[in-house]
Design a protein around this ligand. Structure first.
Ligand SMILES: O=C(O)CCC(=O)C(=O)O
Ligand SMILES: [Fe+2]
Length: 313
């Protein structure tokens, strides 16, 4: 079984309404089933995508003492720069996190200017793709035209991470444990090693790497807005025994001071009780960051969106 593939070319050509409708239908179905799909003909140049992965490999191949020079400073909504999680963390990976370049939080090595250029260009394309799909989601959810665009107009909390996963050992192969993303939607480009898996009806479906393809998963905010009509995708990364894995993930997010709560279209207007209490995005993100910096020893103590769920008992 494979995740649905959506051809976005109708959104780049004039007057292809049928093609657009078809894409919207596939996305709507994927979002109500399990929140995962992949896009092709998305307008992001393929050679830029592969160069971004290649430059991440160059960076992660630096010795640790070199990489640690880019350790995050303070002030950004999340630690921008290079992070290696604590050794007791279940996630066996290292990563470089960046925000929109103009904000001035990013850190890149001076001796490889192409690395910065390629990642900044990738960031700009991901952002555009995010705006396009947010518009499509707005349609899928049946919201007033441009509702999400207006509510989520500030792009300063979007971020991108380059990831490097170490090969699995005999004892364990967890790259990132089972989780949902907190944001609106995420984009993933993976190299040819594979390992990304999505849960559907209790089964793990591997997302086969396909050059030029971008994987999209829906995040918790959309699940809350839609009062659980649309699913935040449960996914994980399994490490290969033989090979290092590299991927690039972009998180289309929302500004921290925005309130996230079930929308009236999915609650009072249709006579349904809200399944979540409202929260400020920054509060949820802070709890999620704590999961990473201070991983709880019991998996059930990891904070997820159920933290805001309204009990119906
Ligand atoms: O590396 C990947 O393929 C996925 C990363 C991911 O799920 C995450 O960072 O939330
Ligand atoms: Fe994720």
């Amino acid at each position: 079984m494979a995740i649905p593939t959506v051809d976005l070319s109708p959104f780049f050509t004039e007057a292809n309404e049928d093609g657009q409708k078809k894409a919207i239908e596939i996305i709507k179905e994927a979002c109500s089933q399990y929140g995962f799909f992949q896009i092709v003909n998305h307008g992001v140049p393929h050679d830029l995508m592969s160069r971004a992965i290649e430059f991440s490999k160059t960076f992660f191949a630096f010795p640790d003492e070199e990489k640690l020079k880019f350790s995050p400073g303070s002030g950004a909504p999340l630690p921008a720069g290079y992070t290696k999680p604590p050794s007791h963390s279940p996630d066996k990976k290292e990563y470089m996190l960046m925000f929109q370049p103009q904000l001035g939080f990013n850190q890149f090595p001076d001796n490889t200017p192409d690395l910065r250029d390629v990642h900044e260009e990738m960031f700009a394309y991901f952002r555009k793709t995010g705006e396009l799909i947010e518009n499509i989601l707005n349609d899928c959810l049946g919201l007033p035209p441009a509702f999400l665009k207006q509510y989520n107009h500030d792009r300063s909390w979007d971020f991108m991470i380059s990831l490097h996963y170490f090969p699995a050992t005999e004892a364990e192969n967890c790259g990132i444990g089972e989780h949902e993303d907190a944001n609106i939607m995420s984009f993933v480009i993976q190299d040819d090693v594979g390992g990304l898996e999505v849960k559907k009806d209790g089964e793990w479906i591997p997302v086969a790497p396909a050059p030029g393809t971008i994987v999209v998963n829906i995040g918790d905010c959309v699940q809350v807005w839609s009062n659980k009509k649309f699913k935040s995708a449960t996914h994980r990364v399994v490490r290969s025994k033989e090979r290092h894995r590299h991927s690039l993930a972009f998180f289309y997010t929302i500004k921290g001071d925005k309130l996230i709560e079930p929308l009236p279209q999915f609650t009072e207007e249709i006579g349904e009780a809200p399944k979540y209490r409202g929260f400020l995005y920054k509060d949820y993100q802070a709890l999620r960051l704590r999961n990473k910096t201070h991983p709880p020893s019991r998996p059930e103590d990891i904070i997820s969106i159920t933290h805001y769920e309204i009990s119906t008992k």
